[in-house]
Design a protein around this ligand. Structure first.
Ligand SMILES: [Zn+2]
Ligand SMILES: [Zn+2]
Length: 146
């Protein structure tokens, strides 16, 4: 899907956010790069486009997006948070080799919710760590070529 500036502006307004140039560019990046980027990833990629960009402004924009429910924060075993434009309920698989983060759907209701009947759940995360399919296939090929 291609997102027009008009669509992005309306999306921001719909989330109660004033659509400034930086906010539009960052949301555009998130929508078109579903890689769960860090502040650094976003900063480096937008710098050519917005030479006046600072890391602080990227950080502040993401903080606002978080507050307004435009993105979710993904806390993998890393120093930096990653940001996720997919705010529906899904799990994350992190490959320990290539460090890519994959989304996967979750259909079953986690058992833990029954135990938390009178609790208010605000956020649910499922994280799985391991080796992704691509890295596994690459490893198999490398073994064959030995
Ligand atoms: Zn991998
Ligand atoms: Zn995700």
């Amino acid at each position: 899907m291609n997102y027009t500036t008009e669509w992005i502006k309306n999306y921001l307004k719909g989330h109660d956010i004033k659509p400034s140039n930086i906010r539009i560019k960052i949301l555009d990046y998130l929508l078109n790069n579903r890689i769960h980027p860090t502040v650094d990833d976003i900063y480096v990629n937008l710098l050519d486009d917005i030479p006046t960009l600072s890391k602080t402004s990227v950080y502040n924009t993401l903080d606002l997006f978080l507050e307004k429910g435009v993105v979710n924060a993904v806390a993998l075993r890393e120093k930096e948070l990653r940001y996720d434009i997919g705010t529906d309920y899904h799990g994350h698989f992190k490959c320990e080799k290539c460090e890519k983060v994959y989304d996967f759907p979750i259909t079953e209701k986690p058992i833990i919710e029954d135990e938390l009947e009178d609790f208010t759940i605000k956020n649910k995360d499922i994280y799985i760590y391991g080796i992704c399919k691509e890295c596994n296939e690459k490893h198999k090929k490398d073994q064959l070529n030995k």
